[in-house]
Each structure stands twice: as structure tokens, then as C-alpha cells.
Design a protein around this ligand. Structure first.
Ligand SMILES: [Zn+2]
Length: 286
């Protein structure tokens, strides 16, 4: 993977500049109950945060995840049947992949192939933004992957949710003080685990999957156990969303919901209060 990233950075000036700029991003942290939240000032992410995803805009632009429209420097590597791994040119972390379906098809369902991807990417979390929960390209099925240790929620779950507490747990059953709810599922490598995986959509909540109001995460933890986390959403953008005076250009997707809140604008980064961040999470989560 390192050779793949280095190769792409050597060939592709846009990606190189954005990964270099990432090293200069400011970050500060705050504590919301049991969740440690890092706010990242990341100006390049404005392309995603402010992305228009209405049907008209989507119909009028060439899909940037389709092979024929991608920049010539962007190389795809097959990671599972029907899926290609690409370097994300607008990174939030030093390792940030987009994993795209080879077919142009809508961002729907809960792709179980994420399990195969997680097995191929040890140390990484593969995640999926539902079409109404942060996907900036809702017309082309895709996931992303970053290093698990970058994601505060995944680290918290690994620490708190042990198998003794049951294979399925919630923030409440784990006794956590969280600004939003989640489900954590451990898939054991045996028959019970397989039957748990077979009914995963029911466990996560079929209504959130069908409505596209879901942030889902799949990873293999340090003990080799397959983990799935589901963060159901009530909506994509908080009521304060906007770039005007008194508004916030904050548009939470999967990474934000793990506790890394992306602020493309310096004024938001500088002035967001703990109470506002809590309210944003409460509004967007369940
Ligand atoms: Zn496409």
C-alpha cells in the first residue's frame, strides 16, 4: 500500500499538494462525555463539505468516480470483485482511500463486500456514507478506508466493547456518555458469527439502510476480530449549516461522526464552541 501511495504522489501533482498541505492542518481537541473530538481545519475539504448533491447537479456533471472521467494519473487497484481502490485526492488523513464500484450505480444498501475489503486492508477501517449521511457522490457506489488508529470512535469501541458484553452492544448498553447513538457488533469467526453477519441489516436497522441515513464502519481489530459499527442518522447537515455570518460550514459524514470534525473555514475552526459541536452531533445523530 505504501508503494501505491508513493507512486500516486509522485505522478499526481494535485494529490501531492493536498497530502503535503495535510501536514500543515491545524487540529484542536475537546471532550464531549466519553468521546474525544478533534476539530481539523482542512480548507481542501470544502469540495466535499459544500458539495451539491441534488438530482439536477448530479445529472449535469460528469461522475468523478467513473473510470472514464477520472484524472489520468489516478490509478485503480482491484481490492474485491467489482471494486477498485483509489487514492483519495482530498485527504483527511495521511492514508485515505476511496473504494469505488466498477459500475456506475447508486449509493444504496449496506455493501457486505466491505468485510472482504477490511480483510484485505489490515489496520484500516472501511466505511460507507449513506446517500443522505455525507456521501458527496451519491450516484456512484463507493466506500472509503483510513487507518483505524486515526478514528476516536473505533478506538473507544475496541477499548469498551469486549465479547463478554455480548456480540451486539449500543452506546447505552456500554454505559457511554455520547452526543449520538451507535451500535457495535463483533463478528466472531464461527457459526454464530456467520449467522450474526447474515442478519446484519436487521441488526443495524433496515430503515436507516433503505433511507440512506447511515454511517457504517467495518474493521478487523488488533485481536483479529471483525467489528462493525453503525451510526444511524436523522439528517445529513445540521440546522446551522452555511457559510454566512452566524452559520457553520460543517457537513458531517463518517469521519466526523467518529470524532474528527472537519472545518474547511478558519473562522469555524477558531470559534466553534463545545456546546455547538455537541448540538451538531445531537441533531445529526439519533
Ligand atoms: Zn460514476
Amino acid at each position: 500500500m505504501i508503494e501505491f501511495i508513493d507512486g500516486q504522489l509522485a505522478e499526481w501533482p494535485l494529490a501531492r499538494e493536498n497530502y503535503q498541505a495535510l501536514g500543515r492542518t491545524e487540529r484542536r481537541s475537546l471532550q464531549l462525555g466519553d468521546l474525544t473530538v478533534g476539530i481539523q481545519h482542512n480548507p481542501a475539504r470544502i469540495v466535499s463539505t459544500a458539495a451539491k448533491t441534488d438530482a439536477k447537479t448530479l445529472a449535469e456533471r460528469p461522475c468523478f468516480l467513473c473510470g472514464k472521467n477520472r484524472p489520468p494519473q489516478q490509478i485503480g487497484v482491484e481490492i474485491a470483485e467489482g471494486w477498485e481502490l483509489l487514492l483519495n485526492p482530498y485527504p483527511i488523513f495521511p492514508t485515505h482511500f476511496t473504494i469505488v464500484s466498477k459500475e456506475h450505480q447508486p449509493q444504496e444498501g449496506f455493501p457486505l463486500d466491505m468485510v472482504k475489503m477490511a480483510e484485505k486492508l489490515p489496520g484500516h477501517t472501511v466505511f460507507f456514507n449513506g446517500k443522505r449521511a455525507g456521501a458527496s457522490c451519491p450516484d456512484h457506489l463507493h466506500c472509503q478506508a483510513v487507518k483505524t488508529h486515526e478514528l476516536p470512535l473505533m478506538k473507544l469501541i475496541e477499548k469498551i466493547h469486549k465479547l463478554e458484553a455480548g456480540r451486539v452492544a449500543t452506546d447505552k448498553s456500554l454505559g457511554l456518555d455520547m452526543p449520538f447513538g451507535f451500535k457495535s457488533i463483533i463478528i466472531t469467526p464461527n457459526l454464530d458469527g456467520m449467522s450474526e453477519l447474515a442478519k446484519i441489516e436487521e441488526t443495524i436497522g433496515a430503515e436507516f439502510i433503505s433511507e440512506g441515513l447511515l454511517n457504517a464502519f467495518v474493521w478487523i481489530d488488533d485481536d483479529g476480530l471483525l467489528r462493525i459499527c453503525a451510526v444511524p442518522r436523522s439528517k445529513h447537515r445540521p440546522s446551522c449549516y452555511g457559510s454566512e455570518e452566524g452559520q457553520r460550514l460543517i457537513s458531517p459524514g463518517c469521519i466526523d461522526m467518529t470524532g474528527v470534525l472537519i472545518a474547511p473555514l478558519k473562522k469555524d475552526y477558531d470559534t466553534l464552541t463545545d456546546e455547538e459541536v455537541r448540538k451538531i452531533y445531537k441533531e445529526c445523530g439519533i
